[in-house]
Design a protein around this ligand. Structure first.
Ligand code: PMP
Length: 316
């Protein structure tokens, strides 16, 4: 770390010093309208002296799908990009919980406004520290947003399309101005979709329930992991289906989940207490199982972790 940022980032095929990664000001603005991105976490394990990237392969495969959908050409293989990310974390000597953000955008857009076809894609990968809040007791309150979740008839909710994010941002701003921590967005079918930047899960009668993949949700990697952990570690039933707004009010437990959100227990929705108004046993059980899987304390899910080999790359 130098001046509060890592020494290096990766940009268009090369690892570069942070200071040297600059663009001309006219390249900004319009170009990012067409951008897609990823958000990935790496977790430090002190005992192992190792940094583990969580589900790196799946994140890079989703980046490839996002790029395909918005017709940005990807000139690198997923394996090559995984290698570059590992190399970047090693070069930065990253020994703390970290967020990794690949961003693909159309290059050479100066003066072209929205023309995206046939453009070269530029690809930036940078990292910054992001401590985990798992098992810290963080909870949030939520409201149902007056904003609807974007629909697949308008924008592709299932990919990490940067332009999608105005939708969740408006909902999040509204929620905070109204005195809540976060929001739930209803989709154009009138069913629960997700929260800004996170998926939603609820517990009722001991079952884990989550809006299905056609409910205008991002194809979330955390959601997928938690469904597996619920089935295999907690041994409870998991149901993917449409979810009504009032099911949230009557749920025994509600939480949001995602790479940044990890698991965030929701203690009230529209001022209806969820269960006893505190995180319930299934949420807490999943938090522990998730923590163990991503920090490298549970061998069963070692295939979800890419060790960076940081202990090998000891600084001189
Ligand atoms: N929905 C949206 C809109 C998101 O931005 C995120 C975070 N990437 C999620 C859901 C959760 O997805 P993931 O578990 O893959 O991070």
């Amino acid at each position: 770390m130098a001046d509060g940022h890592p020494m290096y980032l990766w940009w268009n095929g090369e690892r570069r010093r942070w200071e040297d990664a600059t663009v001309h000001v006219t390249d900004l603005g319009w170009s990012t309208v067409g951008a897609v991105f990823e958000g990935i976490r790496a977790y430090w394990n002190d005992e192992d002296g190792e940094l583990y990237v969580f589900r790196l392969q799946e994140h890079m495969e989703r980046l490839a799908r996002s790029m395909k959908l918005v017709r940005l050409p990807l000139e690198y293989s997923v394996d090559a990009l995984i290698g570059e990310i590992i190399g970047l974390l090693q070069a930065n000597e990253t020994r703390e919980d970290t967020y990794i953000r690949p961003l693909a955008y159309a290059g050479n857009t100066s003066g072209k406004r929205f023309a995206q076809l046939g453009n070269e894609a530029e690809l930036l990968i940078n990292t910054h520290p992001m401590p985990s809040h798992l098992l810290t007791g963080l909870t949030q309150t939520a409201k149902i947003s007056s904003w609807r979740r974007i629909s697949d008839t308008v924008m592709p909710p299932r990919i990490k399309n940067l332009s999608n994010y105005r939708n969740g941002q408006l909902a999040g701003q509204e929620a905070r101005l109204d005195g809540y921590d976060t929001a739930f967005l209803i989709n154009d079918q009138g069913k629960v979709a997700e929260a800004p930047g996170a998926c939603v899960m609820l517990v009722r009668d001991g079952k884990l329930i989550t809006p299905d993949a056609t409910s205008s949700i991002l194809e979330s990697i955390t959601r997928d992991a938690l469904m597996t952990l619920a089935r295999e570690v907690l041994e409870i039933e998991v149901v993917e289906r449409q979810v009504d707004r009032t099911e949230l009010y009557l749920a025994d437990e509600v939480f949001t989940c995602g790479t940044a959100a990890e698991i965030t227990p929701i203690v009230s929705v529209d001022k209806y207490d969820i269960g006893a108004g505190e995180p319930g046993p299934i949420t807490r059980g999943l938090e522990q199982a998730f923590h163990d899987a991503l920090r490298g304390k549970e061998e069963r899910f070692s295939h979800w972790r890419t060790p960076v080999g940081i202990s090998v790359a000891v600084p001189a």
